[in-house]
Design a protein around this ligand. Structure first.
Ligand SMILES: Nc1nc2c(ncn2[C@@H]2O[C@H](COP(=O)(O)OP(=O)(O)OP(=O)(O)O)[C@@H](O)[C@H]2O)c(=O)[nH]1
Ligand SMILES: [Mg+2]
Length: 304
């Protein structure tokens, strides 16, 4: 394809916001065409802003995946919700993602109220339309368009990819004119060690239940390129209590082995290199109140 002339180029930021679990991370991966953000069936999977970059014609789109917005209780929740709203301030377009199957719930209501303070143009993205009959979608579109001023409405399935290309093309046409902000082959601005830690956290979320996923975090400590092209990665999984450490390890280490095997395979695929992954599990009581952990996660540390 011919390169678009410098003067024709567009570039800008599109923030994807919405309640937890509506499919924002699935959508950013579909828009970028690669896994830049982790996805699980559990709420509150995403904890930080994740930028994913795509080209559409003459436009470079920088999508910003955000933590789901809900009414926060813990310090970590407040940091997550704060960072999600902060993303709307630098956005050229804000895409409000709604789970079309679940419709407008309390968290969505609160988001709709707060959206009136956001200056950027807004588009509505009804996601998971593979689960819903058409008449219900039309009703939901109408209700939401009465509530907020929306530049456009899209009905998509981030999972199947239906409607995603149309959304991307519309967004590309509505970004400001200007030079591209990243090299054109770049799909993410996150360091690989961060992506690797996120992938391990995804496997933790998939394997463990109740409060444990929410009380754990993963950091990459060592990243060493080995002779022959493989990489040695060491990571620490922090939990709050010793009882949780035992669950993460599992009976004769079965749980941690399964988490490690799944994470290793995905990390190797993402970085296109063989991986030797070593996981450590440490109890760090009160890590949710430790500023250093927030720095690692790329979040502001809320004062309370
Ligand atoms: N059927 C269906 N499921 C979807 C679709 N998009 C996402 N999902 C599923 O919805 C669940 C949540 O997806 P995520 O992408 O993690 O949602 P999220 O909005 O990023 O969630 P948080 O990070 O917790 O705010 C996963 O099980 C996805 O597979 C869709 O279009 N159709
Ligand atoms: Mg997410």
């Amino acid at each position: 394809m011919a390169e678009p002339a410098e003067g024709d180029r567009r570039a800008g930021f599109v923030a994807l916001i919405g309640a937890p679990n509506v499919g924002k991370s699935t959508l950013i991966n579909a828009l970028v065409g690669a896994k830049v953000s982790i996805v699980t069936p559990k709420v509150q999977t995403t904890r930080r802003l994740i930028r994913g970059i795509a080209i559409d014609g003459a436009a470079q789109l920088i999508f910003v995946d955000t933590p789901g917005i809900f009414s926060p209780r813990r310090r970590l929740d407040r940091a997550m919700v704060g960072t999600a709203w902060a993303s709307t301030q630098d956005a050229d377009v804000v895409a409000l993602v709604i789970d079309a199957k679940k419709g407008v719930r309390d968290d969505d209501e609160a988001i709709l109220r707060a959206l009136s303070d956001v200056r950027a143009p807004k588009v509505l993205v009804l996601n998971k339309v593979d689960l819903v009959a058409k008449p219900a979608l039309l009703k939901l579109t109408q209700t939401l368009n009465e509530r907020v001023t929306l530049a456009a409405t899209f009905m998509i399935s981030a999972l199947s990819g239906d409607g995603v290309a149309d959304l991307k093309t519309w967004l590309a046409a509505h970004l400001p004119a200007g030079p591209w902000l990243y090299p054109e082959d770049q799909i993410s601005d996150a360091p690989l060690r961060q992506l690797a830690a996120e992938i391990t956290r995804e496997k933790l979320y998939l394997r463990l239940h109740q409060e444990l996923p929410y009380q754990s975090t993963v950091e990459t400590d060592v990243w060493k390129e080995l002779k022959g092209g493989a990489v040695r990665i060491e990571q620490t999984i922090y939990v709050e209590r010793d009882s949780q450490r035992k669950i993460v390890l599992g009976k004769s280490g079965q749980a941690i082995q399964a988490i490690g095997a799944a994470a290793r395979a995905d990390i190797a695929k993402a970085i296109e290199q063989p991986v030797h992954l070593f996981l450590h599990v440490k109890v760090r009581q009160g890590w949710g109140d430790d500023p250093e952990r927030y720095r690692e996660m790329g979040l502001e540390f809320p004062k309370e």
